[in-house]
Ligand binder design. Structure first.
Ligand code: NAI
Length: 245
């Protein structure tokens, strides 16, 4: 299918892991990618890699907890390329720990990044998609929301809030817009690095190193959802390692 070439795709959290792999694969398949993340140096390096292989790319430092930053990311796509076909709300953090730990600041951060960050993405892109008469949201959630386990309550809660909002958005979106949820299982990225509970972090890193699959697996799922014809809305894709219970 040739429905990727020429599409303008903005990606949050694009500087590493799933966001980076998605940017690279989409650019390779002919999309124009507009990258947002907090780490400007990493964005610049990624943009150089994409440009070196003939890809089209723009980038802007973006903290998704700042509504204006997310609006600027989307505006960059419009200013440079005149349209926005897809917004991938990928930025996310999983500061997992027991509720008894009372790591309330971690809870707040997860709500700010995972939930409010995605809402800011919707607020930025929805009016543009309406005006254009086309557009697709790809919201990255998690299998943590499908199988809720101890230590992941708040993380899973933020992801399931996005799940619920995405389903409401899909129903409100009408015939012209598309809404896709991507639920990754264990993926080999830097995701655990930010965790604040050292025991939990060590345990997650150990499990990751035993069974996680590469972020390219999720990039392929995102490409699959984007490359469908305009009247085909892939609502949800769940991708786990075969070894994940
Ligand atoms: P990662 O840590 O490599 O990537 C997350 C990206 O989000 C990073 O580039 C990070 O800098 C960015 N980010 C964090 N806070 C941000 C903020 N305030 N503003 C802008 N960017 C911010 O991890 P990964 O695995 O690539 O995570 C991507 C998404 O996949 C997240 O939404 C995560 O919840 C989800 N996910 C990851 C799984 C895994 O096992 N790695 C499993 C299920 C879901």
């Amino acid at each position: 299918m040739e429905n990727i070439t020429g599409k303008v795709v903005a990606i949050t959290g694009a500087s590493s892991g799933i966001g980076e792999a998605t940017a690279l694969l989409l650019a390779e398949r002919g999309a124009t990618v507009v990258l947002g993340a907090r780490r400007a140096a990493r964005l610049e390096a990624l943009a150089e890699r994409i440009t070196a292989t003939g890809g089209q790319v723009a980038y802007i430092p973006t903290d998704v907890t700042q509504r204006a930053d997310v609006a600027n990311l989307v505006q960059l796509a419009l200013d440079q390329y005149g349209q926005l076909d897809v917004l991938v709300n990928n930025a996310g953090i999983g500061l997992i720990s027991a509720l008894d730990d009372l790591r309330v600041e971690d809870w707040e951060q997860m709500i700010d990044v995972n939930l409010k960050g995605t809402l800011y993405g919707i607020a930025a892109a929805l009016p543009i998609f309406r005006r254009q008469g086309f557009g697709q949201f790809v919201n990255v959630v998690s299998t943590a929301g499908l199988k809720v386990v101890p230590l992941q309550s708040v993380y899973a809660g933020t992801k399931n809030a996005v799940r619920t909002i995405s389903e409401g958005l899909r129903q409100e979106a009408g015939a012209k817009l598309r809404v896709t949820l991507i639920s990754p299982g264990f993926i080999h990225t830097d995701f655990a690095e930010a965790m604040t509970n050292p025991e939990v972090k060590a345990q997650i890193l150990s499990t990751r190193d035993q069974l996680a699959i590469s972020p390219e697996a999720i990039a392929r799922a995102i490409v699959f959802a984007i490359e469908q014809p305009a009247d085909v809305d892939v609502n949800e894709v769940v991708v786990r390692p075969t070894a994940q219970g």
